[in-house]
Design a protein around this ligand. Structure first.
Ligand code: ATP
Ligand code: MG
Length: 615
């Protein structure tokens, strides 16, 4: 799918004149070594190549090169958003806390929300996202269904006091986001949310393709923003923080937080492997340590996590039981427990009678109003592979103790047949090798990714909370239906570097490279022959829409070549006496093996455009 098939937006660069900059006239502070305590390749390279500089934890300067890349990414996004019918605007970063309080997100965001107090003692937040500001603006200004649908977006700085800002721009505390919000009167049909969502989906695919990214679109959990459906756009990259599961037979792909698992069999029945045996296991921090101490594999342990239901929703407890080597999925527990439950507060759970850290399914016999949800892999009485009864160890429901030889039938009895007490439910994270939810004969595979975009169908969560209602064509008041759509612009720049670099430095896709071409004259006297050719070629290239950097520093060629590779410009043109004697200059594509090849001066512009894919 080429950009021209998917977008009507004009293409930047080719329709407008490119720029010509001189290295000595801008700031590109390259460094041989990465700063101490940097791990992510994008963090190291963006600092070493002079794109960003750290100001404080999770706070960065965008230097000229970095800002040029961010500008190019932003331009691509703008064109695609505009082509999809959205309009750009700008909202403030300062947000009166009362606005966030209207939806309860002042509390939901917790410590991630930056708050400050003004001179009059009023509290304002530094906006982490803008649902409340835009919904309140729309409620004040839009009153007729005839004004909808609308999609408004901005590209702006966001603030989140991340617990662990790290990896440079991948997780900053101040970062650039494109956020869009759409407003509709209906879900389906022309102008409805589903149509608007699909348009954004396509605009995101177009944007990330044009940026030259290798990415996957995956089903995602709606998360703290809330809502009913959502997709994430993940740059495929081993160093990514997110786990993605894919089914190659159907194309299904989902974030691990969301990924369903195909049908699995389960049966509690099986004879005990021995009498319950209590083991003293003090001061062991986690299941792996307990397992080692007891000489039991985590796959033979039952992990029991306690959830609570708030009093307003009837109160009570849920014990989620998974195999010790697997992870409980909170969203799945919430869905299976009919909503409302959250991880239990330790103190309250202890007070109710749970020996937190040592809980087993048997705690349901001790604490009233408790149901047990058991994942199929934990709901096994027989070890099918070995053809013998399943050996289980688990908590002893007593501080500092575990038990061996737990047997579901013996320990839980009739409760196993009473769905109001014990239920088998798929409540763990999916993992590689699980049956695909779309084709149970296929297995899921696991990959890593970096979330660069996220689109949500919000529904009426914000419009209802903020009283944004409109008279529909039947003169009935309806809460407006919303969608929201984010792209991490600064994270996208870093994700691109994670995805595309080599031992020598960054390898930018031409579409978002700070400059398309770097011209490296060997001799840099102001009016010398090399500089004259450099200026002429640069000007002709700029006319064709190409951005050019001339490395006019009086440095050794080796230093200049190394720096050109480090900052990752797609094409290097070298001007030297030997090639000029043949009326040629040397072409070298970034990342290509071996020496460059000679190109006649008369063909430089055409060949250069072809080499960077801008013919
Ligand atoms: P994450 O799960 O990585 O914390 P999120 O799901 O909280 O991100 P959203 O609220 O969906 O983020 O924000 C939209 C986009 O903004 C994300 O897809 C991501 O690209 C970007 N983003 C979010 N948090 C940060 C951050 N701390 N630094 C840089 N970019 C971020
Ligand atoms: Mg997200």
């Amino acid at each position: 799918m080429s950009m021209s098939e998917t977008s009507t937006a004009p293409r930047r660069g080719i329709s407008s004149r490119g720029v010509v900059h001189r290295w000595s006239g801008t700031l590109i502070p390259t460094a041989k070594e990465p700063p101490a305590e940097t791990e992510a390749p994008s963090h190291k390279l963006l600092v070493r190549a002079g794109f960003i500089r750290r100001v404080g934890a999770g706070i960065y300067n965008y230097l000229p090169l970095g800002w040029r890349v961010l500008g190019k990414i932003s331009d691509i996004i703008r064109e695609e958003m505009d082509a999809a019918g959205a309009s750009e605007m700008l909202m403030p970063a300062l947000e009166p806390i009362e606005l966030m309080a209207q939806t309860g997100r002042d509390a939901d965001y917790g410590d991630n929300l930056f708050r400050l107090t003004d001179r009059h003692g009023r509290v304002v937040a530094l906006a982490p996202t803008h649902e409340e500001i835009i919904t309140s603006m729309m409620a004040g200004g839009v009153s007729s269904y005839r004004q909808l649908p609308l999609n408004l977006y901005q590209i702006q700085t966001k603030f989140r006091d991340e617990f662990r800002p790290r990896s440079g721009l991948l997780r900053g505390r101040e970062f650039i986001m494109k956020d869009a919000y759409s407003f509709h009167m209906s879900l389906d049909g022309p102008g409805g949310l589903n149509e608007g969502y699909d348009l954004m989906h396509q605009a995101y695919v177009n944007s990330f393709q044009r940026c030259g990214l290798d990415f996957s679109v995956v089903e995602a959990e709606a998360g703290p923003i809330g809502g009913s459906a959502s997709h994430e756009f993940m740059v495929n990259c081993e160093t990514g923080e997110d786990t993605i599961l894919k089914c190659s037979s159907t194309g299904y792909a989902a974030n691990v937080e969301k990924c369903e698992i195909g049908p699995r069999s389960a049966s509690f029945d099986g004879d005990p492997t021995g009498d319950l045996e209590k083991v003293h296991t003090p001061d062991l921090p986690g299941i792996d340590e307990v397992g080692k101490f007891m000489k039991v594999k985590p796959a033979n342990m039952l992990k029991s996590i306690v959830f609570e239901r708030p009093e307003e929703q009837g109160g009570g407890w849920v014990i989620a039981v998974v195999r010790g080597d697997q992870e409980v999925n909170e969203g799945k527990v919430r869905d299976e427990a009919d909503g409302g439950v959250a991880l239990a507060d330790d103190a309250r759970a202890r007070e109710a009678g749970f020996a937190i850290g040592y809980v087993s399914p048997r705690a349901a016999n001790i604490v009233p109003n408790t149901i047990v949800l058991v994942d199929p892999d934990a709901a096994t009485g027989m070890d099918v592979a070995k053809g013998k009864p399943m050996f289980w160890a688990t908590g002893a429901d007593e501080k500092d103790h575990h038990v061996k030889h737990f047997n579901w039938r013996r320990e839980m009895g009739d409760a196993l047949d009473d769905a109001s007490k014990v239920r088998i439910a798929s409540i763990r994270n999916a993992q590689a090798g699980d049956p695909s939810p779309r084709d149970s004969s296929a297995q899921l595979t696991e990959e890593r990714g970096i979330e660069v975009g996220h689109i949500f169908k919000l529904g009426t969560k914000y419009s209802e909370a903020m009283g944004f209602e409109i008279l529909d064509e039947h003169q009935e008041r309806q809460p407006v239906i919303m969608g929201c759509y984010g792209i991490g612009v600064s994270r996208t720049m870093a994700a691109c570097v994670e995805m595309s670099h080599d031992d020598d430095g960054i390898v930018w896709p031409a579409a978002i490279a700070p400059y398309h071409i770097i011209i490296t004259p060997m001799k840099v006297e102001r009016d010398g022959e090399h500089m004259r050719h450099a200026a002429e070629i640069a000007s002709a290239l700029a006319d064709a829409g190409v951005d050019v950097l001339i490395d006019d520093r009086d440095e050794r060629p080796g230093v200049k070549f190394k720096d050109a590779d480090l900052i990752g410009i797609p094409l290097r043109l070298t001007i030297g006496d030997k090639a000029l004697a043949e009326d040629s200059i040397e072409f070298k594509v970034r990342g290509a093996e071996g020496r460059g090849n000679l190109v006649p001066l008369s063909e430089v512009v055409d060949k250069a455009l072809a080499a960077i894919g801008l013919e």
